[in-house]
Ligand binder design. Structure first.
Ligand code: ZN
Ligand code: ZN
Length: 418
C-alpha cells in the first residue's frame, strides 16, 4: 500500500494534468452522445489513454473501453466511469454548452446534453490514469479502468460483462466509482451500506372478455380487474415490508378501452418500484406478481397475465469495510471536505459489475455546485430552487474544484489499496 508521501508524489502530477483535463472536459461537454452511441467519446478516451502505460481494449460491449496497468505484485483495483449523455436541450448558457442533436433509438431527432455529469467522471478517470501511469514507482498492483457506455439506460454494465469483460481483467479485489452531485464542489461524500436505490419498471397486461357495456354479464371486465390490482398493490409496501425498510411502488400508467359503452378485452398497467436491498426488491416484485395473478383468478380472467420487466437498475449497497478504508483515506486527504453522503433515491448500474465479479465495492459522491452559490442558497433556504440537480437542463458543475476533487478522489481511493 502506498504511503502518504507516495500519495503526495502521485498527486503532484495534477499540476501537469489539470490544463488538458479542463480542455478535454469543455470539449466533451460540448460533444455529448446518447447511451449506446458513445463512439466518438470512446475514441477520445482511447487517444488520451494512448499517452499512458495502460493497455487499451476498446469496443467492449459497444463503445466500452478497458485500460489495464499491471505494476507488480499487489491487489487489483477497478475504477469505473460512465460516458453517456441524455436527451435534454442544454440551457446552462455556458460558453461550452452543447447544441448537439442526434437520432435516438426510436428514430426521433433529440437534443443531447451531459446533464448527468458523466463528462466529469470520464475526465477525472483519465486524469487519474495519467497520474498513476506517471508515478509507477510509488504504488504496486494492478489498476483496471473501465469507461462504460449506456448507464442511463441501465444496461451498459451488463453489456460489457456479456462481452468478455471478466476474461479481459481477470481477478479483481475491489471496485470503485463516483458520481458528481448537486452539493458544493470540493466535497466528497461516502456512505457505508445502502447508497442508491434499485429501480424496476414493469408492464403488466391483464386479460378479460370484451363486449357491450350494457351486457356486463357476458364479459369479464379488465377495467374493474385493473382497478382492483391498483388498490391492492398499495398494500405491498405498507403491509409486506418492515416500517424501517424504505421502498416505493408507483403505478404510473393504466390503459384500457376506447369508448364508454364497450368493455375492452385487456388492460395494461405500468409501474415503477424503488427498493434498497435485494431482499426487499424480491419481496416487492414477487408480491406484485402474486397479487396480479390472484386478482386475475378472482375475476375469472381467461388468460394468464403477462409481465415485462424493463429499465432495471440494481441497488447500490456499499461494502462496509471498503467504504471505511476509502472514507479514512478521504478524511486524511480532504479533511473536513470528506462528509457522509445522504441516502440517494437515484439508481445506477455500476454495481452489476462488482456483483458479477463477486468483489466488494464502494460508490461515493463528489460535489459539483459552485461553493459560494450553494452556501448563499443554503443560507436563504433556497437550495432546491437555486441549485440545479442532475438531469436538469441547467445542471452545470463548476470545472474547478470539481475536476481536481474527482481526480484526487479516484487516486486517493485506489492508493488506499495499491
Ligand atoms: Zn443520470
Ligand atoms: Zn449519472
Amino acid at each position: 500500500m502506498a504511503t502518504e508521501s507516495d500519495l503526495k508524489t502521485v498527486l503532484d502530477g495534477l499540476a501537469g494534468t489539470r490544463g488538458w483535463q479542463e480542455d478535454f472536459y469543455r470539449h466533451l461537454h460540448q460533444h455529448p452522445e446518447l447511451s449506446h452511441q458513445e463512439h466518438r467519446t470512446a475514441t477520445q478516451v482511447a487517444e488520451r489513454l494512448a499517452d499512458t502505460s495502460f493497455d487499451i481494449h476498446d469496443g467492449i460491449g459497444g463503445a466500452g473501453i478497458v485500460g489495464v496497468l499491471r505494476n507488480g505484485d499487489g491487489p487489483t483495483v477497478l475504477l469505473r466511469a460512465d460516458m453517456d449523455a441524455l436527451p435534454v436541450r442544454e440551457a446552462t448558457g455556458l460558453p461550452y454548452a452543447s447544441t448537439a442533436t442526434t437520432t435516438d433509438a426510436d428514430g426521433s431527432e433529440v437534443p443531447v446534453m451531459h446533464a448527468c455529469g458523466h463528462d466529469v467522471h470520464v475526465t477525472c478517470l483519465l486524469g487519474a490514469a495519467q497520474l498513476l501511469s506517471d508515478a509507477t514507482d510509488h504504488w504496486t498492483g494492478t489498476a483496471v479502468l473501465l469507461f462504460q457506455p449506456a448507464e442511463e439506460t441501465g444496461d451498459g454494465a451488463r453489456t460489457m460483462l456479456d462481452d468478455r469483460l471478466t476474461d479481459l481483467i481477470g481477478d479483481v479485489d475491489v471496485a470503485l466509482a463516483q458520481h458528481v452531485l448537486p452539493f458544493p464542489a470540493g466535497i466528497v461524500g461516502t456512505r457505508p451500506g445502502s447508497a442508491l436505490s434499485a429501480a424496476d419498471s414493469m408492464r403488466i397486461t391483464v386479460h378479460g372478455r370484451g363486449g357491450h357495456g350494457s351486457m356486463p354479464q357476458a364479459t369479464i371486465d379488465p377495467v374493474v380487474l385493473a382497478s382492483m390490482i391498483v388498490i391492492r398493490l398499495q398494500t405491498v409496501v405498507s403491509r409486506e415490508l418492515a416500517p424501517a425498510e424504505p421502498a416505493v411502488l408507483t403505478v404510473g400508467s393504466v390503459t384500457a378501452g376506447s369508448k364508454s359503452n364497450i368493455i375492452p378485452d385487456h388492460a395494461v398497467l405500468e409501474l415503477n418500484v424503488r427498493t434498497y436491498s435485494a431482499d426487499s426488491r424480491d419481496t416487492v416484485l414477487n408480491a406484485v406478481k402474486r397479487i396480479v395473478q390472484a386478482e386475475c383468478q378472482a375475476s375469472g380472467s381467461p388468460r394468464e397475465p403477462e409481465f415485462e420487466l424493463y429499465d432495471r437498475f440494481p441497488a447500490t449497497v456499499n461494502d462496509e469495510d471498503v467504504t471505511e478504508r476509502v472514507a479514512d483515506a478521504f478524511h486524511r486527504h480532504f479533511g473536513e471536505c470528506s462528509e457522509t453522503l445522504p441516502l440517494q433515491t437515484a439508481s445506477e448500474d455500476f454495481s452489476d459489475i462488482p456483483d458479477a465479479l463477486g468483489v466488494p465495492y464502494t460508490y461515493w459522491g463528489i460535489g459539483g455546485a459552485d461553493p459560494d452559490t450553494y452556501r448563499s442558497a443554503e443560507a436563504a433556504g433556497r437550495v432546491s430552487d437555486d441549485i440545479p440537480v442532475n438531469h436538469s437542463a441547467t445542471f452545470a458543475p463548476v470545472i474547478q474544484p470539481t475536476l481536481d476533487t474527482g481526480t484526487q478522489a479516484l487516486v486517493v481511493a485506489a492508493l488506499a489499496y495499491l
